[in-house]
Design a protein around this ligand. Structure first.
Ligand code: PMP
Length: 436
């Protein structure tokens, strides 16, 4: 099935939006800048599918950048939001769903001894960094090239997919003095990290890391990397921040950093725990978190924090996160991975690499393994753009930026896997052979 995308309604809306919204979008990764063309406008989503304003259906492999673990508009989550809405849309005061969700999160991730809700992943990491600075009295923060931790000033250095594909290595408007406090290491490079600590150890407040990197495709940590990171941080008195905005509650019920060898002082969450509503969470060791106002001197606040609809949605999602669900997701992931590799092989597309952790996929038109940003940058962006558009035309929605995580949801079953196989064959055919 071939069709020109986007359809006429999307095109019309795109022109209208561009006259009032900057670039026609509210977040740059939604534009098709990185792959060319104009974005598709969506009217609704149900289960594993999205429907655009022209009535075309797409298998959704973006899952709202990972937030929709259960698929689009799961009935139980929609019902929970419906029940909560008439009780009040915002109190700006304590309400019971906040500590209920907090208790539920802590039961699954006990290292969040104390936590706070905010409204986005950006806020969560920005706040965690502030806490680490407040607690240690130090200023420098280490991040890794290709790691994205939201768009707060200090963390917009070598920040991965969305930024990389917009060719903004650092953002305009971020003062040099602020980025000077950010040290950028190489992912999966314990020796380089040790050197960074040797030079700057006494001024490093925190190391912030995605325990499975999801913003340079998907890059798992080498076994020694997270362990060395933890050891170095402890030795030099720096805190560790595990940014689990994507991985938290997506890869298992809880967080993954400990199972990968890192004990973090602070943890950030978002996406899945808000069930598609705006949310962010930061939390960690009680002693560290109690530096936050009103108990301590680190200020952080939010009119809509702990929003009742986000809390209600989060609770409804957490109710459904059973071991069976994660087993099913891993199985779906493994089958889709096998399909992708087989199609690439049959259509003689090479090099092509899939790096998958559970329901998170990195697709690279490059030889693997990809272990860091430099490796991820080898992916053939032009081929990805052709692949993306052919998949779109055949009814599969992939992330427009080439190095974003492709996420499957629990709504994806054998029927969807069969559809993916049919629809993705022409996409591989469109990029057949070696690089052009
Ligand atoms: N941290 C990570 C690891 C992320 O992937 C993202 C967003 N994709 C963020 C933080 C920022 O979250 P938000 O977009 O909700 O601000």
């Amino acid at each position: 099935m071939s069709r020109g995308a986007p359809g006429p309604r999307s095109r019309r809306l795109g022109r209208r939006a561009a006259k009032v919204l900057v670039g026609g979008v509210d977040s740059p990764v939604r534009s098709f800048r990185s792959v060319g063309g104009a974005p598709v406008f969506f009217a609704r989503g149900r289960g594993a599918y999205l429907e655009d304003v022209d009535g075309r259906r797409y298998l959704d492999l973006v899952s709202s950048w990972g937030a929709n673990l259960l698929g689009n508009a799961p009935a139980a989550v929609v019902a929970a939001v419906r029940r909560a809405a008439p009780q009040g849309l915002s109190f700006g005061a304590p309400s019971p769903l906040e500590h209920e969700l907090a208790e539920r999160i802590r039961r699954a991730a006990p290292e969040l001894e104390r936590l706070r809700f905010v409204s986005s992943g950006t806020e969560a990491v920005m706040s965690a960094v502030r806490v680490a600075r407040g607690f240690t009295g130090r200023t420098k923060v280490v991040k890794f090239a290709g790691g994205y931790h939201g768009h707060s000033d200090g963390l917009l250095a070598r920040a991965g997919s969305g930024v990389a594909t917009q060719s903004l290595p650092d953002s305009a408007g971020v003062p040099r003095a602020i980025v000077a406090e950010t040290l950028v290491g190489r992912y999966n490079d314990p020796t380089g990290l040790a050197r960074l600590f040797e030079r700057h150890g006494s001024s490093i407040a925190a190391v912030v890391i995605e325990p499975v990197a999801g913003n340079m495709g998907v890059v798992p940590p080498r076994p020694d990397f997270l362990r060395t990171l933890g050891t170095l941080a402890r030795r030099y008195g720096a805190l560790t921040i595990a940014d689990e905005v994507i991985t938290g509650f997506r890869l298992r019920r809880g967080t993954v950093h400990e199972s990968l060898g890192l004990r973090a002082d602070l943890v950030t969450l978002g996406k899945v725990v808000g069930g598609g509503m705006p949310i962010g969470v930061y939390g960690g060791r009680r002693e560290v978190m109690e530096t936050v106002a009103p108990l301590g001197p680190v200020y952080q606040a939010g009119t809509l924090s702990g929003h009742p609809l986000a809390m209600a949605a989060g609770l409804a999602v957490l109710d459904r996160l059973t071991p069976t669900l994660y087993r099913g997701l891993a199985r779906t992931g493994a089958e889709l991975e096998a399909t992708l590799l087989r199609l690439a092989d049959e259509e003689r597309v090479r090099p092509f690499t899939v790096q998958r952790v559970g329901s998170m996929f990195g697709l690279f038109f490059a030889a693997g393994p990809i272990e860091d940003e430099r490796g991820a940058e080898r992916t053939d962006r032009a081929r990805y753009a052709r692949f993306f558009h052919a998949a779109l035309a055949a009814g599969v929605y992939l992330p427009p930026p080439p190095l974003e995580t492709t996420c499957v949801s629990a709504a994806m079953r054998s029927r969807e896997l069969a559809f993916a196989e049919r629809a993705l064959r022409p996409a591989f055919r469109a990029v057949r052979g070696g690089p052009r």
